[in-house]
Ligand binder design. Structure first.
Ligand code: SIN
Ligand code: CO
Length: 389
């Protein structure tokens, strides 16, 4: 972990995590040269029109560029007619459509997979932007085509005011302390809360490698779901021991304490809490991007052994595990999953982003059954080994 990384401009992951991550921006020239050419502007236009894709077309009025409009997917060809001079097309989760892009997540393997959100691409002509704004998440902005001028300003937070009456949360001003033009392969890390403003210098594609964190409200919601699924908790509680009378309209402190205690007792059940947290975190953000699998059986897998296939994670799926006292527990796409002990070390590798060869080492009925089940649920997939990039 301590070696210098090209993607971080020659600093180590440790140094980046200690000095920059969630704190301050980092510009790296030529950090990811391999991103250039993976997608061209026309590919982004085509993707934006595909079924199930999540995209937004942002336009600024020619007469008053401070007037913005946003059209969310589904986008139609007609949405691209009569375009103003300034516009931006944003397409989410392009890593689910391009294996080459999905592979580039590996450059950021110093951040765990569960923190990943998606790779968004923006396409804009000269002058196009999404305005001055900030995000609540960490993002690595990687230039893929053309050039974009990035300005960075003050730190913002939930109290920051936005310009009223616009469909985007735009900042009225930015106190600029960074002003650089990024070329293909260049990367800018922007921590949560830092205001930023990127304006296309020419026909320009920018890829945002975004990282997410859950919020407490969503975790609490999921914890409640898990408890309310338990029929044993639906029985009314016994009354407290009543050794004295109280005013008829009052719920006494004693009674409240008793009822609160019953909730706190349940919250001590860390298995349920952990299941709730990992279920939430393993939920895919774009479940519609998970392809329907072609039904496969263990016999098909036996036939495919030694034919040069690799098993890997389906890019739109999420697979996570926890490990405690040598016990591995797995969750995929929002649900806990049960697999054989034999398959667990292999599935751990797959969750860690490794591809594994479908060869005789996997020749075991339990393992093949687990593989078939996870393939049928599109959690993992088979790829001919020569097509791995
Ligand atoms: C863009 O690529 O234009 C916007 C990305 C961002 O600001 O997060
Ligand atoms: Co942003």
């Amino acid at each position: 972990m301590s070696q210098p990384l090209d993607v971080l401009g020659g600093i180590s992951a440790e140094q980046f995590l200690a000095e920059y991550w969630q704190k301050k921006p980092l510009l790296v020239r030529n950090a990811l040269p391999e991103i250039a050419g993976i997608l061209e502007p026309d590919d982004v236009m085509e993707l934006a029109l595909e079924e199930n894709i999540t995209a937004r077309l942002i336009k600024q009025k020619d007469r008053d560029p401070n007037q913005w409009s946003v059209k969310s997917s589904p986008l139609l060809k007609a949405d691209f007619q009569k375009m103003p001079k300034l516009w931006t097309l944003l397409v989410q989760a392009v890593d689910h459509y391009s294996f080459d892009l999905a592979e580039l997540w590996k450059k950021f393997s110093f951040i765990p997979q569960w923190r990943r959100d998606d790779i968004m691409v923006s396409y804009a002509p000269k002058g196009g932007s999404v305005g001055k704004h900030f995000d609540f998440y960490d993002v690595f902005l990687v230039q893929g085509h053309g050039h974009r001028r990035w300005q960075l300003g003050q730190m913002c937070d939930a109290e920051t005011d936005f310009i009223a009456g616009q469909p985007l949360k735009l900042l009225p001003e930015m106190d600029v302390h960074f002003d650089e033009v990024l070329a293909p392969g260049d990367m800018l890390y922007v921590p949560p809360g830092l205001s930023h403003y990127g304006v296309a210098e020419d026909d320009c594609l920018t890829f945002s490698f975004g990282f997410r964190m859950p919020n407490v409200a969503d975790m609490m919601d999921r914890v409640c779901d898990k408890f309310s699924e338990n029929p044993a908790l639906k029985n009314p509680l016994l009354d407290i021991i009543r050794d004295q009378q109280s005013a008829i309209g009052q719920l006494t402190q004693n009674e409240l304490e008793y009822l609160k205690e019953k909730i706190f007792e349940q919250l001590q059940n860390s298995t349920v809490i952990e299941d709730a947290i990992v279920s939430l975190i393993s939920e895919p953000k774009y479940p519609e991007n998970i392809p329907d699998a072609e039904e496969i059986g263990t016999g098909d897998l036996e036939d495919a052994l030694e034919q040069g296939y690799l098993l890997m994670l389906e890019p739109a799926s999420r697979l996570l595990y926890t490990e405690q006292d040598d016990e591995l527990l797995f969750w995929a796409n929002g649900e806990s999953i049960c697999i054989s002990e034999q398959f667990a070390p292999y599935l751990k590798k797959l969750a860690d982003g490794q591809a594994i060869a479908l060869d005789e080492t996997l020749f075991d009925q339990d393992i093949l059954e687990d593989i078939a089940e996870l393939m049928n649920e599109s959690v993992i997939m088979l790829l001919p080994s020569e097509s791995e990039s």
